[in-house]
Ligand binder design. Structure first.
Ligand code: GLN
Length: 505
C-alpha cells in the first residue's frame, strides 16, 4: 500500500496533518488516493452521487502551494466528502432526488465558503436519502448505499453516504446534515463519530431545506480530533441565516482538544441516564447492555451517574413527524417545474406543469411526507395536530432543561438497534422505520447538540453507538468526554472489513 493509502486506512487526523505539514506527502497525492478509492469502491458502496475530480485537484494544488510557503491550518489539504444537499458552486447538487438531477449550485453554501477559505479539498458529493428523509439511505433516487461493515446492511440515513465513505476509509472527514438523527444514526451504524451541533451554531445558508426549524449541518470524521477541527471550521455567525447564533464562533474546540489530550479523569462530570431510554420497547438488549457497560466504565473514571427522567420521550416520534412533514410540505413547494425542478417542455397549462413535475420528480417517501404535512397544516387539522405538536415540542424542550439542572450531559443509545439488512425494515409500514429515530429526535426538537460515538461491536461485528446529548453550546464538554473514551478504548476504533480491498491495491 502507498503511504497515502496507509494514511487513509489507519492514519489518525493528527498523523495526516503532520504528514502534510512535514511534506512527507502532498495534498494532491492524498486527494488522488481518496478519488481512486471512491471510484474503486463505488460499485459496492454507492457512497457518492458526484465525484468532484477536477475541482478537487485544483483545490489540492492550491493547498500544496500554501503548504510550500509554510502555511498551516487544521484542514489545509485534507480531503472531505460533502453531503449532496449542501451547495458547492458550479457542481451538481441533487439532495438525492430526481427533482434536482440537473441542478447546478449557483453559489457556495456558507459552510463550503468557510471550508474553501481554510483549504479543505472537496472530493465528492455523498449519496443520501431523498431530501434527507429517511433512516436507512434506501430512499435515494441514486440507489441505496451499502454499509462497509456488511454490504447486505444499510449504512443508516439520511447521511448514509457520508458515513459509508468514512467507514470505508475513502476520506478522513465528511459533512452531513441532521434534522432528526441523520448524522448520529448513520455514524452509529458505520462505527464513526458524528455530531449534530446546537441549532444556530452552523449556518444553514446553502443547505437544501427539509425542516428549517430542525435542520443543522454537522461534522462526521474517522476520529474525534478530525471531528473537532471540522466543527470549528464550520461554526460561524452568518447574517444570511436568520437563526444563526452570535455565540457560534466563540469556542476553539480544536485547541481545546489538544489542551486536554493527556486528561483521562472524568472527576466532577455528572452524566444523566434517562430511565425512559432503557425502558423503550424495541430496544435491542445487546445495545442496552453495551451502553450500560460504557456508563459503568465512565463511572470508574470518576463520572457521577445521575438518574433522570424525560417523560415526554414517548411523544417525540409523533411530534417530530408532524412538525418535520409540515415544514417540508412548505419548503418543498418551490419544486414546481418552473422555479426549480424537472419539467417536460411540451406542457403549457400551469397546473399540468406543476403536477407532472411533482409526480415525476419526487419519490414515494417524499410524496407521503408532503401529503402528511399538507394535511397537518390544513384548516381544521392545524389546531388538532400542528398546533398541539408545537405545544408538546415545548414540553420536550422543558424536560431537557429540567434534566440539565441535575446533570451536565445525558447518555443513552443512539439507535435502538444495530444496522439492519437492506429491505429489512419499514417496507409495509413506514412507522416501523420512524421508530428507529426515537432517541435522536428530542435534541433536534429542543435545539440541543448531540453526538454519537462508537462503543463497540455486536456479536455479528456491527458497530454500536452511544449518544451524548448536552445543553446548548456544550459541544466542548461533549467532545471532551468522547476524547477520553477514544483514548481509553482504542479497541473501539476498528477498521471496517471493506477496507481489506485496499490491501495490495
Ligand atoms: N430519519 C428522520 C427522518 O426521516 C431524520 C432525518 C434527518 O435527520 N434528516 O425524518
Amino acid at each position: 500500500m502507498t503511504f497515502a493509502g496507509e494514511l487513509l486506512t489507519r492514519g489518525s487526523f493528527r498523523e495526516i496533518r503532520k504528514a502534510l505539514d512535514d511534506r512527507k506527502i502532498s495534498a494532491l497525492q492524498l486527494c488522488e488516493e481518496s478519488l481512486r478509492r471512491l471510484q474503486m469502491g463505488q460499485a459496492q458502496i454507492n457512497g457518492f452521487i458526484t465525484l468532484l475530480e477536477n475541482e478537487a485537484r485544483v483545490q489540492a494544488r492550491l493547498a500544496d502551494e500554501k503548504i510550500q510557503t509554510g502555511e498551516t491550518h487544521p484542514l489545509l489539504g485534507i480531503p472531505i466528502a460533502i453531503k449532496d444537499n449542501i451547495l458547492i458552486k458550479g457542481t451538481p447538487t441533487t439532495a438525492g432526488s430526481k427533482m434536482l438531477e440537473n441542478f447546478i449550485a449557483p453559489f457556495d453554501s456558507h459552510v463550503a465558503q468557510r471550508l474553501r477559505q481554510q483549504g479543505a479539498v472537496f472530493v465528492c458529493k455523498t449519496n443520501m436519502d431523498e431530501f434527507a428523509m429517511g433512516s436507512s439511505n434506501e430512499n435515494s433516487f441514486f440507489g441505496s448505499v451499502k454499509n462497509p461493515w456488511n454490504l447486505k446492511c444499510v449504512p443508516g440515513g439520511s447521511s448514509g453516504g457520508s458515513a459509508a465513505v468514512l467507514a470505508a476509509r475513502m476520506v478522513p472527514l465528511a459533512l452531513g446534515s441532521d434534522t432528526g438523527g441523520s448524522i448520529r444514526q448513520p455514524a452509529a451504524f458505520c462505527g464513526i463519530p458524528g455530531l449534530k451541533p446546537t441549532y444556530g451554531r452552523v449556518s444553514r445558508w446553502g443547505l437544501i431545506s427539509y425542516a428549517s426549524s430542525l435542520d443543522q449541518i454537522g461534522p462526521m470524521a474517522t476520529d474525534i480530533e478530525g471531528l473537532s477541527a471540522l466543527l470549528d471550521a464550520i461554526s460561524d455567525f452568518d447574517p444570511k441565516d436568520s437563526t444563526s447564533s452570535i455565540s457560534s464562533s466563540k469556542q476553539n474546540l480544536f485547541e481545546e482538544f489538544r489542551k486536554n489530550e493527556n486528561e483521562t479523569s472524568l472527576e466532577g462530570l455528572r452524566i444523566g441516564i434517562p430511565i425512559e431510554f432503557f425502558n423503550q420497547s424495541g430496544l435491542d438488549p445487546q445495545v442496552s447492555a453495551m451502553v450500560r457497560h460504557e456508563i459503568e466504565f465512565l463511572e470508574s473514571r470518576g463520572a457521577e451517574r445521575v438518574e433522570i427522567s424525560l417523560p415526554s420521550l414517548k411523544y417525540s416520534v409523533a411530534v417530530y413527524y408532524l412538525i418535520a412533514t409540515a415544514e417540508a410540505s412548505s419548503n418543498l413547494s418551490r419544486y414546481d417545474g418552473i422555479h426549480l425542478g424537472v419539467r417536460d417542455g411540451q406542457l403549457e397549462k400551469l397546473e399540468d406543469i406543476y403536477s407532472q413535475s411533482r409526480s415525476q420528480g419526487f419519490g414515494p417517501e417524499v410524496k407521503l411526507r408532503i401529503l402528511l404535512g399538507t394535511f397537518a397544516l390544513s384548516k381544521g387539522s392545524y389546531e388538532n395536530y400542528f398546533k398541539k405538536a408545537a405545544q408538546v415540542r415545548r414540553i420536550i424542550s422543558d424536560d431537557f432543561s429540567q434534566a440539565f439542572e441535575k446533570c451536565d450531559l445525558i447518555l443513552g443509545p443512539t439507535s435502538p438497534f444495530e444496522a439492519f439488512e437492506l429491505g429489512g425494515r419499514g417496507q409495509s409500514n413506514p412507522i416501523e422505520m420512524y421508530l428507529a429515530d426515537v432517541f435522536t429526535l428530542g435534541p433536534n426538537l429542543a435545539g440541543l447538540p448531540a453526538m454519537s460515538v462508537n462503543i463497540g461491536y455486536s456479536d455479528i461485528n456491527l458497530p454500536l453507538g452511544m449518544q451524548i446529548i448536552g445543553p446548548k453550546f456544550s459541544e466542548k464538554k461533549m467532545i471532551f468526554l468522547s476524547q477520553v473514551l477514544e483514548k481509553l478504548k482504542p479497541q473501539h476504533s476498528r477498521v471496517s472489513p471493506f477496507c481489506k480491498i485496499w490491501e495490495g491495491s
